[in-house]
Ligand binder design. Structure first.
Ligand code: MN
Length: 232
């Protein structure tokens, strides 16, 4: 079998403490998964079922933990927002996964940013259109290295934060997740067959806001890792 042209390289994320790369299959994202963020976006934080959207696998931009990465300000927007998130990486999957066994499918965790063209998202919401141009643009998923569960355990509490130019922007705690990682995996697996290589961006705490060229974004999740990048 031959391809008519060379296939694009597999998107991947480095695994901390190893030379290996985690190959990315799909990127799923959870919307409004922290109460205070649901409220700041004008929604009732009561426990409505989780909802999901996706980004293309090659939207990941790897930011090594010891360097300052770059986020390229995208086209067709004047209002790009940061959303700091705990990212879950799966080593296996399935359908209708039991919540009690969901965490057995987790390879590890990373710190990521669900960068969002908020102006296009607002237009899409108003018109009842899909969010792809708001959420799935090239470079919309900056991510740090993956930390294996055997190295860091299963993070269920701890600070999640983002500072912009040294000033606090987002601050929350993993305990505030409306839908836990296990619940999210179980719920998502009713809609999609999850597989090894899938990433799940688990939602962002409150304090989202616009970024400008030249700004430094520094964020992290306690017990997982950190991310530093400049908007260019
Ligand atoms: Mn998000």
């Amino acid at each position: 079998m031959t391809y008519v042209f060379t296939p694009a390289p597999v998107a991947s994320v480095p695994v901390a403490g190893s030379d290996a790369q985690f190959p990315v299959r799909r990127i799923y994202c959870v919307g409004r998964n922290y109460e205070a963020h649901a409220r700041e976006m004008g929604h009732d934080p009561n426990r409505e079922p989780p909802f999901f959207f996706a980004k293309p696998a090659d939207a990941v931009v790897v930011v090594p933990e010891d360097t300052t990465g770059e986020f390229r300000y995208p086209s067709q927007t004047d209002d790009v927002h940061h959303e700091i998130e705990l990212v879950v990486a799966l080593k296996s999957g399935g359908t209708d996964i039991d919540e009690a066994h969901a965490l057995e499918h987790v390879f590890g965790y990373a710190v990521g940013l669900d960068m969002t063209r908020r102006d296009l998202q607002a237009e899409a919401k108003k018109a009842g259109r899909p969010w792809d141009t708001a959420k799935g643009f090239d470079g919309s998923a900056p991510i740090g290295p993956l930390h294996r569960v055997e190295d860091i355990g299963q993070p269920v509490q701890g600070a999640i934060w983002l500072d912009v130019d040294g000033k606090q922007a987002q601050r929350g705690d993993l305990r505030e997740l409306i839908w836990s990682v296990a619940e999210t995996i179980a719920y998502l697996s009713r809609f999609f067959e999850l597989k090894a290589g899938d990433l799940i961006f688990s939602g962002t705490p409150s304090g989202v806001g616009p970024v400008k060229r030249g700004q430094l974004l520094e964020g992290g999740v306690e017990g997982v890792g950190q991310l530093r990048l400049q908007v260019v």
